[in-house]
Design a protein around this ligand. Structure first.
Ligand code: NDP
Length: 319
Protein backbone atom coordinates (compact mmCIF):
# COMPACT_ATOMS: atom_id res chain seq x y z
CA UNK A 1 0.00 0.00 0.00
CA UNK A 2 1.45 3.44 -0.88
CA UNK A 3 2.36 5.65 2.10
CA UNK A 4 -0.33 8.14 3.10
CA UNK A 5 0.36 11.70 2.04
CA UNK A 6 1.50 14.02 4.82
CA UNK A 7 -0.67 17.02 5.76
CA UNK A 8 0.78 20.52 5.82
CA UNK A 9 -0.49 22.75 8.62
CA UNK A 10 0.00 26.49 8.05
CA UNK A 11 -2.20 28.18 10.63
CA UNK A 12 -1.61 31.44 12.36
CA UNK A 13 -3.42 30.29 15.51
CA UNK A 14 -1.42 30.17 18.74
CA UNK A 15 1.14 27.42 17.97
CA UNK A 16 0.61 25.62 21.32
CA UNK A 17 -3.09 25.34 20.52
CA UNK A 18 -2.17 23.84 17.14
CA UNK A 19 0.29 21.43 18.79
CA UNK A 20 -2.40 20.27 21.26
CA UNK A 21 -4.96 19.82 18.48
CA UNK A 22 -2.55 17.69 16.49
CA UNK A 23 -2.24 15.05 19.19
CA UNK A 24 -3.95 11.96 17.78
CA UNK A 25 -5.06 13.76 14.57
CA UNK A 26 -4.28 12.38 11.11
CA UNK A 27 -3.56 8.80 12.16
CA UNK A 28 -0.83 7.24 10.04
CA UNK A 29 0.18 10.51 8.37
CA UNK A 30 3.11 12.77 8.92
CA UNK A 31 2.02 16.25 9.97
CA UNK A 32 4.18 19.13 8.81
CA UNK A 33 3.36 22.04 11.09
CA UNK A 34 5.07 24.97 9.41
CA UNK A 35 5.12 26.85 12.72
CA UNK A 36 7.83 24.36 13.74
CA UNK A 37 11.25 25.79 12.74
CA UNK A 38 12.38 22.22 12.00
CA UNK A 39 10.42 22.45 8.71
CA UNK A 40 11.96 25.72 7.57
CA UNK A 41 13.02 25.40 3.95
CA UNK A 42 11.73 21.81 3.71
CA UNK A 43 10.78 20.50 0.26
CA UNK A 44 6.98 20.23 0.25
CA UNK A 45 6.57 18.82 -3.24
CA UNK A 46 4.56 15.61 -3.58
CA UNK A 47 2.27 16.51 -0.66
CA UNK A 48 -1.49 16.29 -1.28
CA UNK A 49 -3.10 18.33 1.51
CA UNK A 50 -2.67 21.67 3.28
CA UNK A 51 -4.71 23.31 6.03
CA UNK A 52 -4.26 27.07 5.80
CA UNK A 53 -5.19 30.33 7.51
CA UNK A 54 -3.43 33.55 6.54
CA UNK A 55 -0.63 31.43 5.13
CA UNK A 56 2.92 32.29 4.20
CA UNK A 57 3.00 33.88 0.71
CA UNK A 58 5.33 31.22 -0.67
CA UNK A 59 3.33 28.20 0.54
CA UNK A 60 1.91 27.18 -2.84
CA UNK A 61 5.19 27.55 -4.68
CA UNK A 62 6.81 25.35 -2.03
CA UNK A 63 3.92 22.81 -2.24
CA UNK A 64 3.11 22.59 -5.96
CA UNK A 65 1.33 19.20 -5.90
CA UNK A 66 -1.57 19.86 -3.50
CA UNK A 67 -4.80 18.02 -4.35
CA UNK A 68 -7.07 19.67 -1.76
CA UNK A 69 -6.70 22.89 0.26
CA UNK A 70 -8.57 23.22 3.56
CA UNK A 71 -9.45 26.59 5.08
CA UNK A 72 -8.75 26.83 8.80
CA UNK A 73 -11.92 28.87 9.23
CA UNK A 74 -15.47 29.11 7.93
CA UNK A 75 -14.58 32.17 5.86
CA UNK A 76 -12.30 31.84 2.84
CA UNK A 77 -11.64 35.45 1.82
CA UNK A 78 -8.12 35.11 3.26
CA UNK A 79 -7.48 31.93 1.23
CA UNK A 80 -8.89 33.11 -2.09
CA UNK A 81 -6.48 36.03 -2.06
CA UNK A 82 -3.37 33.92 -1.39
CA UNK A 83 -0.81 34.21 -4.18
CA UNK A 84 -0.54 31.09 -6.32
CA UNK A 85 -3.61 29.31 -4.89
CA UNK A 86 -3.81 26.18 -7.08
CA UNK A 87 -6.94 25.29 -9.02
CA UNK A 88 -7.86 22.37 -6.73
CA UNK A 89 -10.91 21.83 -4.49
CA UNK A 90 -11.05 24.29 -1.58
CA UNK A 91 -12.94 23.06 1.51
CA UNK A 92 -14.08 25.43 4.24
CA UNK A 93 -14.56 24.64 7.92
CA UNK A 94 -18.10 23.85 9.00
CA UNK A 95 -18.52 22.54 12.50
CA UNK A 96 -21.18 22.30 15.18
CA UNK A 97 -19.05 23.95 17.87
CA UNK A 98 -18.15 26.93 15.66
CA UNK A 99 -21.78 27.39 14.64
CA UNK A 100 -22.92 27.21 18.25
CA UNK A 101 -20.37 29.81 19.33
CA UNK A 102 -21.52 32.25 16.67
CA UNK A 103 -25.15 31.84 17.69
CA UNK A 104 -24.18 32.44 21.33
CA UNK A 105 -22.50 35.69 20.30
CA UNK A 106 -25.43 36.84 18.17
CA UNK A 107 -28.08 35.98 20.78
CA UNK A 108 -25.99 37.55 23.56
CA UNK A 109 -25.61 40.80 21.65
CA UNK A 110 -29.27 40.99 20.68
CA UNK A 111 -30.15 40.48 24.36
CA UNK A 112 -27.60 43.09 25.52
CA UNK A 113 -29.23 45.69 23.28
CA UNK A 114 -32.78 44.54 24.01
CA UNK A 115 -32.20 44.70 27.77
CA UNK A 116 -30.43 48.09 27.51
CA UNK A 117 -27.47 46.62 29.31
CA UNK A 118 -25.12 49.58 28.80
CA UNK A 119 -27.68 52.01 30.18
CA UNK A 120 -28.12 49.87 33.30
CA UNK A 121 -24.35 49.46 33.69
CA UNK A 122 -23.95 53.25 33.63
CA UNK A 123 -26.69 53.65 36.19
CA UNK A 124 -25.18 50.94 38.41
CA UNK A 125 -21.79 52.70 38.31
CA UNK A 126 -23.48 55.90 39.42
CA UNK A 127 -25.55 53.96 42.01
CA UNK A 128 -28.76 55.12 40.37
CA UNK A 129 -31.78 52.89 41.02
CA UNK A 130 -34.01 53.54 38.02
CA UNK A 131 -35.96 51.36 35.65
CA UNK A 132 -36.28 51.92 31.91
CA UNK A 133 -39.24 51.06 29.73
CA UNK A 134 -38.53 47.49 28.62
CA UNK A 135 -39.95 45.98 25.42
CA UNK A 136 -39.95 42.20 25.12
CA UNK A 137 -38.09 40.28 22.44
CA UNK A 138 -41.29 39.65 20.49
CA UNK A 139 -41.53 43.40 19.81
CA UNK A 140 -38.15 43.40 18.04
CA UNK A 141 -37.53 42.09 14.54
CA UNK A 142 -34.01 40.80 14.01
CA UNK A 143 -33.06 40.80 10.32
CA UNK A 144 -30.19 38.46 9.51
CA UNK A 145 -28.16 39.13 6.35
CA UNK A 146 -26.63 35.81 5.30
CA UNK A 147 -28.71 32.66 5.70
CA UNK A 148 -25.96 30.07 5.48
CA UNK A 149 -24.86 27.66 8.16
CA UNK A 150 -24.34 30.43 10.72
CA UNK A 151 -27.29 32.66 9.80
CA UNK A 152 -29.83 29.84 9.92
CA UNK A 153 -28.61 28.59 13.30
CA UNK A 154 -28.66 32.11 14.74
CA UNK A 155 -32.21 32.62 13.49
CA UNK A 156 -33.32 29.39 15.15
CA UNK A 157 -31.83 30.39 18.48
CA UNK A 158 -33.06 33.99 18.34
CA UNK A 159 -36.52 32.51 17.78
CA UNK A 160 -36.19 30.48 20.98
CA UNK A 161 -35.54 33.74 22.84
CA UNK A 162 -38.75 35.14 21.39
CA UNK A 163 -37.37 37.56 18.80
CA UNK A 164 -39.21 37.92 15.52
CA UNK A 165 -36.75 36.97 12.80
CA UNK A 166 -36.46 37.60 9.08
CA UNK A 167 -33.57 36.88 6.73
CA UNK A 168 -31.93 37.89 3.47
CA UNK A 169 -29.58 35.92 1.24
CA UNK A 170 -28.45 35.65 -2.37
CA UNK A 171 -30.81 32.80 -3.25
CA UNK A 172 -34.26 32.47 -1.71
CA UNK A 173 -34.43 30.22 1.37
CA UNK A 174 -37.33 28.31 2.92
CA UNK A 175 -37.10 28.43 6.71
CA UNK A 176 -40.08 27.36 8.82
CA UNK A 177 -41.80 30.33 10.45
CA UNK A 178 -39.30 32.87 9.07
CA UNK A 179 -40.01 35.38 6.35
CA UNK A 180 -37.09 35.33 3.93
CA UNK A 181 -35.95 37.74 1.24
CA UNK A 182 -33.39 37.43 -1.53
CA UNK A 183 -31.33 39.62 -3.82
CA UNK A 184 -33.20 42.76 -4.84
CA UNK A 185 -35.73 42.42 -1.99
CA UNK A 186 -33.14 43.98 0.32
CA UNK A 187 -35.04 47.24 0.83
CA UNK A 188 -38.23 45.48 1.95
CA UNK A 189 -36.17 43.38 4.35
CA UNK A 190 -34.40 46.45 5.78
CA UNK A 191 -37.65 48.38 6.24
CA UNK A 192 -38.82 45.63 8.65
CA UNK A 193 -35.57 45.22 10.56
CA UNK A 194 -34.90 46.65 14.06
CA UNK A 195 -31.67 44.76 14.80
CA UNK A 196 -29.56 44.11 11.69
CA UNK A 197 -27.26 41.09 12.05
CA UNK A 198 -24.46 40.60 9.50
CA UNK A 199 -23.39 36.99 8.88
CA UNK A 200 -22.17 37.39 5.32
CA UNK A 201 -18.93 36.18 3.77
CA UNK A 202 -16.61 38.84 2.35
CA UNK A 203 -16.87 38.79 -1.44
CA UNK A 204 -16.75 41.36 -4.23
CA UNK A 205 -20.52 41.72 -3.83
CA UNK A 206 -20.61 42.11 -0.05
CA UNK A 207 -17.61 44.43 0.37
CA UNK A 208 -18.86 47.62 2.03
CA UNK A 209 -22.49 46.46 1.97
CA UNK A 210 -23.16 47.71 5.53
CA UNK A 211 -23.08 51.41 4.74
CA UNK A 212 -24.97 54.66 5.30
CA UNK A 213 -27.58 53.83 2.66
CA UNK A 214 -28.41 50.49 4.27
CA UNK A 215 -28.54 51.97 7.79
CA UNK A 216 -30.88 54.74 6.60
CA UNK A 217 -33.36 52.12 5.30
CA UNK A 218 -33.74 50.23 8.57
CA UNK A 219 -37.09 50.43 10.36
CA UNK A 220 -37.59 53.56 12.42
CA UNK A 221 -40.03 53.21 15.28
CA UNK A 222 -38.84 50.15 17.15
CA UNK A 223 -39.88 50.30 20.82
CA UNK A 224 -36.19 50.82 21.66
CA UNK A 225 -35.87 53.82 19.34
CA UNK A 226 -33.16 53.67 16.70
CA UNK A 227 -32.06 50.41 15.04
CA UNK A 228 -28.99 48.43 16.05
CA UNK A 229 -26.22 46.95 13.86
CA UNK A 230 -24.51 43.68 14.87
CA UNK A 231 -21.73 42.27 12.65
CA UNK A 232 -20.14 38.84 13.16
CA UNK A 233 -19.27 38.25 9.48
CA UNK A 234 -16.31 40.17 8.09
CA UNK A 235 -15.05 43.71 8.69
CA UNK A 236 -14.57 44.33 4.96
CA UNK A 237 -18.36 44.20 4.60
CA UNK A 238 -18.82 47.28 6.76
CA UNK A 239 -17.99 50.95 6.19
CA UNK A 240 -16.79 52.02 9.61
CA UNK A 241 -16.94 55.75 8.88
CA UNK A 242 -20.64 55.26 8.07
CA UNK A 243 -21.26 53.24 11.25
CA UNK A 244 -19.62 55.95 13.32
CA UNK A 245 -21.60 58.72 11.63
CA UNK A 246 -24.85 56.75 11.99
CA UNK A 247 -24.21 56.21 15.70
CA UNK A 248 -23.33 59.85 16.24
CA UNK A 249 -26.38 61.14 14.37
CA UNK A 250 -28.79 58.65 15.94
CA UNK A 251 -29.52 56.77 12.70
CA UNK A 252 -28.19 53.79 14.67
CA UNK A 253 -28.89 53.45 18.37
CA UNK A 254 -26.13 50.93 19.05
CA UNK A 255 -23.76 48.41 17.53
CA UNK A 256 -21.91 45.18 18.31
CA UNK A 257 -18.83 44.63 16.20
CA UNK A 258 -16.66 41.51 16.27
CA UNK A 259 -14.92 42.24 12.97
CA UNK A 260 -13.25 45.33 11.56
CA UNK A 261 -11.86 46.76 8.34
CA UNK A 262 -8.39 46.62 9.95
CA UNK A 263 -7.65 44.04 12.63
CA UNK A 264 -6.57 44.43 15.34
CA UNK A 265 -8.77 47.50 15.85
CA UNK A 266 -6.55 50.57 16.35
CA UNK A 267 -6.11 51.61 19.98
CA UNK A 268 -7.38 55.08 19.12
CA UNK A 269 -10.56 53.86 17.39
CA UNK A 270 -13.60 55.74 18.73
CA UNK A 271 -15.55 52.46 18.86
CA UNK A 272 -13.74 51.38 22.04
CA UNK A 273 -15.18 54.24 24.04
CA UNK A 274 -18.70 54.55 22.70
CA UNK A 275 -21.29 53.77 25.34
CA UNK A 276 -23.65 52.05 22.93
CA UNK A 277 -21.04 49.94 21.12
CA UNK A 278 -19.80 46.48 22.07
CA UNK A 279 -16.38 45.57 20.63
CA UNK A 280 -15.00 42.01 20.58
CA UNK A 281 -11.68 41.04 18.93
CA UNK A 282 -12.84 38.68 16.14
CA UNK A 283 -13.70 35.94 18.60
CA UNK A 284 -17.42 35.44 17.95
CA UNK A 285 -16.74 31.93 16.68
CA UNK A 286 -13.09 30.96 16.85
CA UNK A 287 -12.12 27.66 15.24
CA UNK A 288 -11.47 24.86 17.69
CA UNK A 289 -8.33 23.25 16.31
CA UNK A 290 -9.22 19.72 17.46
CA UNK A 291 -12.59 19.99 15.69
CA UNK A 292 -10.85 21.48 12.65
CA UNK A 293 -8.37 18.61 12.33
CA UNK A 294 -11.08 16.01 12.82
CA UNK A 295 -13.15 17.67 10.04
CA UNK A 296 -10.08 17.72 7.73
CA UNK A 297 -9.33 14.07 8.47
CA UNK A 298 -12.94 13.09 7.65
CA UNK A 299 -12.78 14.97 4.37
CA UNK A 300 -9.45 13.37 3.42
CA UNK A 301 -10.99 9.94 4.12
CA UNK A 302 -13.92 10.81 1.86
CA UNK A 303 -11.60 12.10 -0.87
CA UNK A 304 -9.42 8.99 -0.80
CA UNK A 305 -12.50 6.72 -0.83
CA UNK A 306 -13.83 8.46 -3.94
CA UNK A 307 -16.71 10.19 -2.10
CA UNK A 308 -17.46 13.85 -2.87
CA UNK A 309 -15.84 16.43 -0.61
CA UNK A 310 -18.25 18.43 1.56
CA UNK A 311 -18.38 22.20 2.20
CA UNK A 312 -16.68 23.02 -1.09
CA UNK A 313 -16.13 26.68 -1.85
CA UNK A 314 -17.62 28.14 -5.02
CA UNK A 315 -14.61 30.14 -6.21
CA UNK A 316 -16.67 32.23 -8.62
CA UNK A 317 -19.14 33.32 -5.92
CA UNK A 318 -16.24 33.81 -3.48
CA UNK A 319 -17.62 31.74 -0.57
P1 NDP B 1 -22.28 30.18 4.32
O1 NDP B 1 -21.48 30.10 3.09
O2 NDP B 1 -22.91 28.94 4.85
O3 NDP B 1 -23.44 31.27 4.15
C1 NDP B 1 -23.23 32.51 3.56
C2 NDP B 1 -24.56 33.19 3.39
O4 NDP B 1 -24.35 34.50 2.86
C3 NDP B 1 -25.49 32.46 2.41
O5 NDP B 1 -26.82 32.51 2.85
C4 NDP B 1 -25.33 33.28 1.13
O6 NDP B 1 -26.44 33.26 0.25
C5 NDP B 1 -25.18 34.67 1.71
N1 NDP B 1 -24.55 35.54 0.74
C6 NDP B 1 -23.32 35.47 0.18
N2 NDP B 1 -23.13 36.45 -0.71
C7 NDP B 1 -24.28 37.16 -0.74
C8 NDP B 1 -24.72 38.27 -1.48
N3 NDP B 1 -23.92 38.87 -2.37
N4 NDP B 1 -25.96 38.72 -1.26
C9 NDP B 1 -26.78 38.11 -0.37
N5 NDP B 1 -26.43 37.04 0.37
C10 NDP B 1 -25.19 36.57 0.18
O7 NDP B 1 -21.33 30.83 5.42
P2 NDP B 1 -21.41 30.69 7.02
O8 NDP B 1 -22.79 30.95 7.45
O9 NDP B 1 -20.76 29.44 7.44
O10 NDP B 1 -20.42 31.88 7.46
C11 NDP B 1 -20.68 33.23 7.10
C12 NDP B 1 -19.45 34.07 7.35
O11 NDP B 1 -19.24 34.28 8.73
C13 NDP B 1 -18.12 33.45 6.90
O12 NDP B 1 -17.93 33.59 5.51
C14 NDP B 1 -17.11 34.22 7.70
O13 NDP B 1 -16.66 35.34 6.96
C15 NDP B 1 -17.89 34.69 8.93
N6 NDP B 1 -17.36 34.09 10.16
C16 NDP B 1 -16.97 34.90 11.18
C17 NDP B 1 -16.47 34.36 12.35
C18 NDP B 1 -16.11 35.21 13.51
O14 NDP B 1 -15.52 34.71 14.48
N7 NDP B 1 -16.44 36.49 13.51
C19 NDP B 1 -16.31 32.91 12.50
C20 NDP B 1 -16.80 32.15 11.39
C21 NDP B 1 -17.29 32.73 10.26
P3 NDP B 1 -26.93 31.88 -0.42
O15 NDP B 1 -27.55 31.10 0.72
O16 NDP B 1 -27.92 32.30 -1.42
O17 NDP B 1 -25.70 31.21 -0.96
Amino acid sequence: MPAKSPVIIDLKFIPQEVEDGLKGAFAGREVINLADPAHKGRDLSGIDYAVVWKSAPDLFSRAPDLKVVFSGGAGVDHVLTLPGLPDVPLVRFVDRSLTTRMSEWVVMNCLLHLRQHRAYEARAKARVWEDLSQPEAAEITVGVMGLGVLGQDAIRKLGVMGFKTIGWSRSKKEIDGVQTFAGDELDVFLARTDFLVGLLPLTDETRGIFNAVVFSKLRRGSPLGAPVFINGGRGGSQVEADILAALQSGVLGGASLDVFEQEPLARDSPFWDMGNVYVTPHVAASSDVKALFSHVEQQIDRFESGLPLQHLVDRKAGY
